[in-house]
Every structure is written in C-alpha cells, then in structure tokens.
Design a binder for this molecule. Structure first.
Ligand code: 1CP
Length: 344
C-alpha cells in the first residue's frame, strides 16, 4: 500500500479517514506485554534493546502482531539524543533513566554531526528494517523528544517533579539555557530528517513536560524550537507529516498548532474533546485522548469515554490514541476490548 493511502496518514494530512478511525497507543510496546518483558531480559539492559536493531524491530512488531494497530512507533527512547550528544545516560534497574546532570551555565560541545549520526545509526537501521517487516497497511512513526523536555532530563539528570532544575536554570542564566535549547533543536531536526530518510512516514515530537512552562517560557522554549524543527525538517521532506505533543499545555494547544506549523497535535486526557474539535481541528489533525487508566480498569467506563471522544472528534481529522503512554500495569485484555469497541 502506498504511504498516502494508509489510514493514519490520511487523517494526519487533514482528511477525515472515516469510521472506524485509525488507532495506535503511545508506548504501545513495553512492560505490560509479557513478550516485551522476555525480550527486555534477553537484551540485557534497556539501552542495548534500543541500540540493537534486531531487538528494537522485534519490540516494535510485538504490539502490531498482537493487536493490529494502524500505526507502529519505532522502539527507542527520547534519551538517545542526549546520549548521542555525548551526555552519559544509563538505566537504573527498577527506577528509570539517569544522566549526568548539567550545571547552570554548562554548554553542549560543538555539534559533531558525523559522530551524532554514527551513534544513532542503529536507530536508522531499525526504521529501515521496520519498513520491510511491517504489514502493508501499517504506518511507521518516528519520534524525538522536544528540546524543552530533553533539557529537563539533562539539567536534573532524571525525571524530576516540577522540572525544577531546568526552570531554575532558565531564569538564572537565560542565555546559556537558550543556547542549550537551540542546540537541541538543531540536533533533533537532523535526527528526524535521518529517520525520514530511512523510512519513517510521520514523525512525532514529544514535549512531555510542556505543562511546566509559564506563557513567556512556553513561547521561547516550546513554540520557538518546535517551529524551527518543523521548518528544518520540511525544507528537506516537505511531504512528511509532523505531529506535536506539548502535553498538559491546556488552552495553549491552539497557539501551538497555529504557530509551530505542525500537521496535528496529540492531546492529553485533561483536554475536552469538544473543545479540541472546535479550537484545534480547523487547524490540523487531533490525536487522543483516552485516560490511560482505562487500560488498567476497562469495562463500561472505558467504552463510555471512547464513545465521547469518537463522537466529538470523529467527523474531522482524527486519530484515536491515549492521552499519554500506556502504563506497565495495563491489562492487554483491555487493549483488545478497546480495539473491538472502536472497530466493532
Ligand atoms: O512503542 C512505544 O510506544 C515505546 C517507545 C518509547 C517512546 C516513544 C519509549 C520506550 N519511550 C518513549 C518516549 C519517552 N521516553 C518519553 C516521551 C513520551 C512520554 O511522555 O511518555 C519520555 C518522557 C521518556 C523518558 C523515559 N524513558 C521514562 C520516564 C522517566 C521519568 O521519570 O520521567 C522512562 C521510564 C523511560 C524508559 C522506557 N522507554 C521506553 C520503555 C518501554 C521504557 C521502560 C524501560 C524498561 O523496559 O524498563
């Protein structure tokens, strides 16, 4: 099937892809699947899983085989970008990602594009291998973390409540913080271009901690770098759709979709689907936004919320998804029930 005909691509390009809508779930590969836990064991470390194309392809394919989603997202992590920029990154078993924290005023080394791409070569090989392995109708999504979200991890050395390290840096020494953000925007744009060169048909920029930015900071550290990434990627790949996910930014989703030039946005579960239909769909595709808790609980409450979302957004350009990633506690039977309910 040609890229243009795939359901997900039609929706993101602004068409109504009809009923049922295309569906995939953020973090659809991962610890809620026994086959992932087995693979994770075999891979001997999370980063090794990300950097071994054979394993990363297998992790990506697992939820496609099991559930037949309309799209797959390459298996990797947002933190491979700071890693490729020379920051130390590791995974603390049972806890999560860790990095050597940066101090206020620190700068990234001069961008060595060859070293960056050579570090990330396994990711590009994963993308190319996936285009060979995926069913003809399944779209392939590439992704990267947005500069602000990457900076929050790089400043704190880990996920941290309120993103306090990055916010402190931003106000203490705005020039060096802006330099960090702009350097990350350049690297992320080059990374996404290579993913598309390798076969990604759409890319999504995850700004998971956009919620921590006050309005002026949102303009400078979320909108501006995203706009720059979109322009840089578009200059090379004008026809590849770009999705943004400034999670938790509330009414600012409207500013984001108008000003960054993205083709669509993923919305979190805090947003009203009716509001999104009026304020966002005139400007682009909307993806979302079921509470991931429904993947733990299931049942009629899940079905009611699915119906509410589909009836609000289903007449415009729409992709069904969760409002954030599926959690390790999710029950795969609820994912199956979700798909059955959406697809009938
Ligand atoms: O198939 C898929 O959907 C999974 C691919 C994927 C993606 C898109 C993974 C695998 N990570 C991500 C993106 C990612 N990583 C984001 C942005 C999306 C979001 O907000 O969920 C973020 C913030 C991260 C950082 C990260 N990586 C965390 C959160 C830590 C924190 O406290 O803030 C964690 C736990 C990871 C590890 C990770 N990444 C992916 C998986 C399956 C895991 C669990 C690792 C394991 O197996 O132990």
């Amino acid at each position: 099937m040609k890229t243009d005909d795939k359901l997900l691509l039609r929706a993101i390009r602004g068409e109504n892809a009809g009923s049922p809508p295309p569906v995939w779930l953020m973090r659809q590969a991962g610890r809620y699947l026994p086959e992932y836990r087995e693979l994770r064991q075999k891979a001997d470390g999370f980063l090794n899983l990300c950097y071994t194309p054979e394993y990363a392809i297998e992790a990506t394919m697992q939820p496609i085989r099991r559930f037949g989603f309309d799209a797959s997202i390459m298996f990797s992590d947002i933190l491979v970008v700071p890693h490729a920029l020379g920051r130390n990154v590791w995974f603390e078993p049972g806890e999560g990602p860790r990095l050597d924290p940066m101090n206020i005023g620190n700068a990234l080394p001069v961008f060595d594009e060859d070293a960056f791409h050579s570090h990330l070569k396994p990711v590009y090989e994963t993308v190319a291998g996936l285009r060979e392995s995926l069913p003809a109708e399944t779209a392939l999504i590439g992704f990267a973390g947005a500069p602000w979200t990457l900076a929050t991890y790089m400043a704190a050395g880990r996920g941290k409540d309120e993103q306090e390290h990055a916010r402190k840096w931003m106000f203490t020494d705005p020039d060096s913080f802006a330099a960090l953000i702009d350097g990350l925007a350049d690297a992320v744009a080059q990374y996404l271009i290579r993913q598309i060169d390798s076969g990604a048909e759409v890319v999504q920029i995850f700004d998971s901690w956009a919620s921590a930015l006050a309005p002026n900071a949102f303009d400078r550290y979320c909108i501006a770098p995203t706009k720059k990434i979109v322009e840089t990627v578009r200059a090379v790949h004008p026809n590849t759709p770009i999705m943004g996910f400034p999670r938790g930014c509330g009414a600012s989703y409207e500013q984001f979709i108008r000003e960054t030039g993205v083709d669509g946005v993923s919305i979190d579960q805090g947003m009203s689907p009716d509001w999104a239909a009026n304020a966002l769909q005139p400007h682009g595709a909307v993806q979302g936004n079921l509470d991931p808790m429904h993947m733990i609980v299931g049942g009629d409450a899940m079905k009611r919320d699915v119906d509410r979302i589909v009836s609000a957004l289903g007449d415009g350009p729409f992709v069904f998804n969760l409002g954030h990633g599926i959690t390790p506690q999710a029950d795969s039977a609820n994912v199956e029930a979700l798909l059955k309910h959406i697809r009938g």
